[in-house]
Design a protein around this ligand. Structure first.
Ligand SMILES: [Fe+2]
Length: 204
């Protein structure tokens, strides 16, 4: 039997309560230990079944599970790194320092505030569950905003910032008011990580 490299739940760089008051400890705990863990378990189960599958038909039947749970694992792994405790808590979350990313944001959107506005408007328009993204177009090397449905990973752009727009990411705290969640999350966006991803993607 072919050996399968198992996916595992990555640990967080901060405690579950570190993103309060913007994202509650309860949400972070459930989101990481239950939701993300479920994608990891289901991805491993699908990979195992795929390795054992003996016909194209059996392998095709597993594609949806691989895409959904593999995407869920990839997206959440990016998302945890996207976040950092806010400056109110002595962290770097929400702070965009001078550098290549700030320059690119100013060039493309005019300002960080404009980016937030455009990102939130686009992302609030997602019907059902999905993800909002700021990414780099690999051809133009410019920043673009994009959305993906369900757990589809971002394939057209290199992800710089991804925001989980599933209800499990905000409902316990923000109920149905998605836009409050979107406004709040910018206080805990890890722009240092975003800068790193941007520089790699833009080959700076
Ligand atoms: Fe999620």
């Amino acid at each position: 039997m072919a050996s399968v490299l198992k996916a595992s739940l990555p640990s967080l760089d901060y405690p579950y309560d570190a993103l309060e008051p913007f994202i509650s400890q309860e949400i972070m705990t459930l989101h990481h230990t239950k939701h993300h863990q479920t994608y990891v378990n289901a991805l491993n189960a699908a990979e195992e079944a795929y390795a054992k599958a003996s016909s194209p038909k059996e392998r095709i039947a597993l594609q949806a599970a691989l895409k959904f749970n593999g995407g869920g694992h990839i997206n959440h792994s990016l998302f945890w790194k996207n976040l950092a405790p806010s400056s109110q808590k002595g962290g770097s979350g929400g702070v965009l320092n001078d550098g290549a990313l700030k320059k690119a944001i100013d060039e493309t959107f005019g300002s960080l505030d404009n980016l937030k506005k455009e990102f939130n408007t686009t992302t609030a328009g997602i019907q059902g569950s999905g993800w909002g993204w700021l990414g780099v177009n690999p051809k133009t090397r410019r920043l673009e905003i994009a959305t993906t449905a369900n757990q589809d990973p971002l394939l057209t752009l290199v992800p710089v910032i991804g925001v989980d727009i599933w209800e499990h990411a905000f409902y316990l705290q923000y109920k149905n008011v998605k836009v409050d969640y979107l406004n709040a999350i910018w206080n805990v966006i890890n722009f240092e990580e975003a800068e790193k991803r941007f520089r790699e993607a833009a080959k700076l």
